[in-house]
Design a protein around this ligand. Structure first.
Ligand code: GLU
Length: 493
C-alpha cells in the first residue's frame, strides 16, 4: 500500500485563520494515525495578495498550536520546493503536456469580451462561464496570435454534458453536472498557474494520498478530477470537512467571531486548549471525552467519526475548556511561567515601558495607565461615549470607519495606524481630538490615557477589532441597512 501523505495548503493572504489550524489538525491526525506524513505547502500563486509576512504568521501560529508538519518550506523534504512561487518551471512543463494532448487550449478573449459575456449570461439567467469561443481557433490562428504576442490565458476543456461522479470519503457519492463546471483558467496571462492547476500538479508530485479540506472545495473537485484524468494520474481520495460556523450557523467570519489564531494567543488561551477545542469541531472521541491532547486524538483517530453537521465555534465553550486546562494541567509554578510568558509576549511590555515611563511615579500607577493592555473586552457602557459635539451615531460611524481603515493595513505598525487615522479624520472633516474620542473609550476604556495610537499599535489588529466591534455593540449596534449606507459613504470618501 502507498504511504499515507496528507497536506495543508494555505494561501498566505492575511491573518492565520482558525480554519487553517482546524484543517491542519485533522490532516495531521489522519496522517500520523496511519504512520504517514503531513506536508505544509504554501499556495502563493496569487502574487498580488500573498505576502511573506502572512506566510510567517501561518507557520508561527501553527507552531504555537503544536501542529508541526513533516515536510515544508522551512524544513524541506523529498518533494520540495514547498512554496508554489518556487515551482514555476514545473507548472510550465505540465501545462505543455495538456496543450500537447489537447485537453487545454489558449484563450485570447479580452477582459472586455468576458465581461460582456458575463453580463449577457446574467441577463439570460444562464450559468455564468466561458463559452468556448477560442476553442474554435485553428492552429494557424493561434500561432499567428502568439507571434503577435497577444496576451492570453490557458483554459482546460470541460465536457458539455453528463455528470461528474465522485466518491467523497465522508459524504459518499457526489454528482455534479458538467454544465455547471467552467472551462477553468489554468495559467494566467502572466504565466503563473491558478490555484486549481498548481494544486493538482503538486498533490500528484508530492504524492498526496488523501486530500482532507474544507467543504467549500467540493464544487472544484470535478475540475481537479478531470485534470488527473487528462494527465492520466491516479487521483487521491477526497474528504470534505464541514465548515466551522458562527453561533448563528453562518460561515465562521471575523465580523462575528475572532478568526485569527493570534487573537486566541493574545487573549491568553493555552494552545493545548485551542487545539483540543478545534478537535471537538465535528469530531468526538470514541469514549466521549471532551478534554484530549493531539496525541490522544491521533491514537483514537478514525476519519469516519467526523460528523457533517456544521460545527459551531463557540467562545463560551472554549473559555470553559481553557479554564479546565489552567486548573488541571498546570501547577502553580507552571501557571506563573505561562502567565509571564503571555504578559511579555508580542514584546508588549517592552513597547509599553518607554511610553509610560515619563508618566508614572510609582508602579501602582501602571494599572490606571495601562491596565487595558492586559485585558480582553473592557468594561464599558454607552454613557462613557457622551461627548459635547458627538452623538452616538457619529461615534458608531467613527468606530466603524476606523475598523475598516485598520483592516486595510497590510503590515501593521504604529506609523500606518497613525497615518490611516489622520487621513480618516481629514476625510470625515473632523478635528482629530473629537475623532479620537470614541477610539479612546473603545480601545483604552478611558477618555484620557496614553496615546490611543500607541495603544492600538501595540495591541494589534485582532484585539483592536474586537474592542471596536464591542464598542459599536455597546452603542446600540449597526443594523444591516445602516451598514450598507455606511459602506457607501465610506467608499465615496
Ligand atoms: N490554497 C487553498 C486554500 O487556501 C487550498 C485548498 C485545498 O486544500 O485544496 O484553502
Amino acid at each position: 500500500m502507498n504511504p499515507v501523505r496528507t497536506r495543508v495548503a494555505p494561501s498566505p493572504t492575511g491573518d492565520p485563520h482558525v480554519g487553517t489550524a482546524y484543517i491542519a489538525l485533522f490532516n495531521r491526525c489522519f496522517a500520523h494515525s496511519h504512520k504517514g506524513q503531513l506536508v505544509l505547502r504554501i499556495e502563493d500563486t496569487d502574487k498580488a495578495r500573498s505576502s511573506v509576512e502572512s506566510e510567517k504568521k501561518i507557520m508561527d501560529s501553527l507552531s504555537w498550536l503544536g501542529l508541526s508538519w513533516d515536510e515544508g518550506p522551512d524544513i524541506g523534504g523529498e518533494y520540495g520546493p514547498y512554496r508554489q512561487s518556487e515551482r514555476a518551471d514545473i507548472y510550465t512543463q505540465h501545462i505543455n503536456t495538456l496543450l500537447d494532448n489537447r485537453s487545454a487550449f489558449r484563450c485570447f478573449c479580452t477582459p472586455q469580451r468576458l465581461q460582456e459575456l458575463r453580463a449577457e449570461q446574467v441577463k439570460q439567467k444562464t450559468t455564468p462561464g466561458y463559452d468556448g469561443h477560442c476553442l474554435r481557433l485553428s492552429d494557424e490562428d493561434v500561432a499567428e496570435k502568439r507571434q503577435n504576442k497577444e496576451l492570453h490565458v490557458i483554459r482546460m476543456k470541460v465536457p458539455s454534458e453528463g455528470d461528474c461522479l465522485f466518491e467523497d470519503g465522508l459524504r459518499g457519492e457526489i454528482s455534479i453536472p458538467w454544465v455547471q463546471i467552467d472551462q477553468q483558467v489554468l495559467m494566467k496571462s502572466d504565466g503563473l498557474p491558478t490555484y486549481h492547476f498548481a494544486n493538482v500538479v503538486d498533490d500528484h508530485l508530492m504524492k498526496i494520498s488523501h486530500v482532507i479540506r474544507g467543504e467549500e472545495w467540493i464544487n472544484s473537485t470535478p475540475k481537479h478530477l478531470l485534470l488527473y484524468k487528462y494527465f492520466d494520474w491516479q487521483p487521491p481520495q477526497f474528504f470534505h470537512m464541514p465548515l466551522l460556523r458562527n453561533p448563528d450557523k453562518s460561515k465562521l467570519s471575523k465580523r462575528k467571531n475572532p478568526t485569527s489564531i493570534f487573537y486566541y494567543r493574545d487573549m491568553g488561551y493555552l494552545p493545548e486548549a485551542v487545539v483540543n477545542y478545534l478537535g471537538m469541531m465535528g469530531w468526538t472521541m470514541p469514549g466521549g471525552e471532551e478534554k484530549f491532547s493531539i496525541g490522544e486524538m491521533t491514537d483514537q483517530f478514525d476519519i469516519q467519526r467526523v460528523s457533517l453537521g456544521g460545527p459551531v465555534f463557540d467562545l463560551e465553550k472554549l473559555d470553559w475548556l481553557n479554564g479546565k486546562y489552567i486548573r488541571e494541567n498546570l501547577d502553580d509554578d507552571e501557571l506563573i511561567e505561562q502567565f509571564v510568558k503571555w504578559a511579555m509576549g508580542n514584546d508588549r511590555v517592552k513597547q509599553l515601558v518607554p511610553l509610560i515611563k515619563q508618566r508614572i511615579e510609582k508602579f501602582t500607577d501602571l494599572e490606571s495607565l495601562a491596565g487595558f493592555m492586559f485585558s480582553g473586552l473592557l468594561d464599558i457602557s454607552a454613557d462613557r461615549f457622551v461627548h459635547k459635539s458627538l452623538d452616538d451615531s457619529q461615534c458608531r460611524k467613527i468606530l466603524q470607519f476606523s475598523l475598516w481603515r485598520m483592516e486595510s493595513i497590510a503590515a501593521w505598525n504604529r506609523d500606518k495606524v497613525e497615518l490611516q487615522l489622520q487621513e480618516l479624520a481629514v476625510a470625515m472633516d473632523m478635528k482629530i481630538r473629537d475623532f479620537l474620542f470614541p477610539l479612546f473609550i473603545a480601545v483604552t476604556g478611558k477618555a484620557v490615557s496614553m496615546s490611543v495610537i500607541d495603544a492600538m499599535a501595540i495591541l494589534g489588529l485582532d484585539l483592536v477589532r474586537t474592542r471596536l466591534r464591542y464598542a459599536i455593540t455597546t452603542l446600540g449596534g449597526i443594523s444591516k441597512k445602516q451598514l450598507k449606507q455606511l459602506e457607501r459613504e465610506y467608499q465615496q470618501m
